[in-house]
Write a protein that binds this ligand. Structure first.
Ligand code: NDP
Length: 465
């Protein structure tokens, strides 16, 4: 008999926590996972999954419009928000059930309760008002939207939590932020017929991405009818007598809309978790500080996913979970590899990207070759849609290593996944060149851009090669 009730207690039943609990239980460890809200966490319940369903819903008007070019006549379409919400709820209910069952089928115990630390080996299961002990504890409590408490009137705003369950579709919305969530939801709402304004404090939306993608997406979104205000911030949000909201932005313009959404980053869920009682160190943003192996300063307490504020992406949390299990239970210490992560923004058109942007690469490498193709995807031609696609490779001229691959256009996220393997494997432009194209596809451009469009030498563009 060991001294503890469990070999592993996981606090947080999201993507990272459930994966760690399930895999550790599969190794024969005695595991419990506690979740205070719904198993599945942000990604499944109020993040990636319902967001992607909303993206699909919002794309239909363009599909209906494009159909005419192919000979179809589509009767006037109408949209019912409650039907979408109910369908989405059924799907996330199904997935949440699978997450919970995954823990239990592997032999673990799922608690529907908030769990807090009493000390380094003791956890309080709040719903049952009792404590249990565990040899190892994993904190995977994720994060939540930054409430922007300093903004007067922030209490009138909605966040990515509420947006999935609005009782009715607003007629107009103003969204603050220029990151993943703000950009994705601006496109979703616009696609669903909502008058949409995006307000971003910086020079150009999507700060961490390649400038070509940012500019082209911005132009495409404006062309569709989304109003984008850069260099602009909210100063006050007021509620009018008619229930609508007035967002006062820099310069004094008043943007009146049914809803105002804030999407200005996420903060770690570490309050009242008992971290102080257990002696776990936190960083300046309330994040849990971990070493390369996801271990906190308390040797038997670990943390993974958004609560550590490393890279806030579901697949990263899952990867960290797998590395944690290797390290803590298989005697095989593995550090999560957070370099060169492929990612997608489900904007319309979509972004798929991996590796260094041209600007980042030009700071680190003396000479770059930039391969760039801008073209109308075949599907758009008969549709009469003039939206263009962009494929771009950033290559180190000296080693021919492909440093970055950036795509804007249909299925860009799917392409980024496969490019991820190529860049992660350190393939060169010559490897791309000798790869046969799949024809006719848009992705074939990635292996048929034989001549550089231009060079970048010591940070300066030096014209066509
Ligand atoms: P992001 O970090 O992507 O973007 C935050 C945005 O808010 C930035 O444009 C930032 O501006 C702006 N901002 C920050 N603080 C303020 C402020 N005080 N006033 C005005 N603007 C501000 O966060 P999101 O909330 O969009 O998303 C959270 C995380 O969720 C992301 O980091 C991402 O990792 C993940 N996610 C991933 C998705 C995917 O993989 N497709 C989809 C959705 C979310 P600036 O650029 O100037 O800093």
């Amino acid at each position: 008999m060991t001294r503890y009730d469990y070999d592993l207690f996981v606090i947080g039943g999201g993507s990272g926590g459930v994966r760690a609990g399930r895999v550790a239980a599969g190794l024969g460890k005695r595991v419990a996972v506690a979740e205070e809200y719904r198993f599945g966490g942000t990604c499944v319940i109020r993040g990636c999954v319902p967001k992607k369903l909303f993206v699909y819903a919002s794309q239909f008007p363009e599909h209906f419009a494009d159909a005419a070019g192919y000979g179809w006549s589509v009767p006037e379409a109408s949209f019912d928000w409650p039907t979408l919400i109910a369908a989405k709820d059924r799907e996330i209910g199904r997935l949440s059930g699978l997450y919970e069952q995954g823990v239990e089928k592997a032999g673990g115990t799922a608690f529907h309760s908030r769990a807090t630390l009493v000390d380094a080996h003791t956890v309080r299961i709040e719903a049952e008002n009792r404590t249990v002990t565990a040899d190892q504890i994993l904190i995977a409590t994720g994060g939540r939207p930054n409430p922007h408490a300093a903004l007067p009137g922030h209490e009138h705003c909605i966040f990515s939590n509420e947006v999935f369950d609005l009782p009715e579709l607003p007629k107009s919305i103003v969204i603050a932020g220029g990151g993943y969530i703000a950009v994705e939801f601006a496109n979703i709402f616009h696609g669903l017929g909502v008058e949409t304004t995006l307000v971003y404090r910086g020079k150009e939306i999507l700060g961490r991405f390649d400038m070509d993608l940012r500019r082209m997406l911005h132009a495409d979104m404006e062309k569709k009818g989304i109003r984008i205000l850069c260099h602009t911030i909210f100063e006050d949000i007021q509620k009018n007598d008619d229930g609508r909201l007035a967002a006062i932005v820099t310069g004094g313009e008043v943007l009146v809309a049914d809803q105002v959404m804030l999407a200005i980053g996420r903060i770690p869920n570490t309050e009242e978790l008992g971290l102080e009682a257990a002696g776990v160190k936190m960083g300046p943003k309330g994040d849990i500080v971990v070493d390369g192996l996801s271990r906190t300063n308390v040797p038997n307490i670990w943390a993974i996913g958004d609560v550590t504020d490393r890279v806030q992406l579901t697949p990263v949390a899952i990867h960290e979970a797998m590395c944690f299990v290797e390290t803590a239970f298989k005697g095989n210490p593995v550090e999560p590899d957070l370099e060169c992560i492929a990612t997608a923004v489900f904007s319309q058109p979509e972004i798929g990207t991996i590796g260094l942007s041209e600007d980042e690469a030009s700071k680190r490498f003396g000479e770059l070759e930039i391969y760039r193709a801008e073209f109308r995807p075949m599907r758009n031609i008969l549709a009469g849609r003039d939206e263009k696609m962009l494929t771009k490779l950033v290559v180190d001229a000296e080693t021919r290593l492909v440093l970055g691959a950036h795509i804007l256009g249909p299925d860009a996220g799917e392409m980024a996944q496969l490019l991820g393997i190529a860049l992660k494997s350190g393939l060169t432009k010559d490897d791309f060149d000798r790869t046969m194209a799949v024809h006719p596809t848009a992705a074939e451009e990635l292996v048929t851009m034989y001549k550089p469009s231009y060079l970048v030498r010591d940070g300066e563009r030096v014209g066509p090669a």
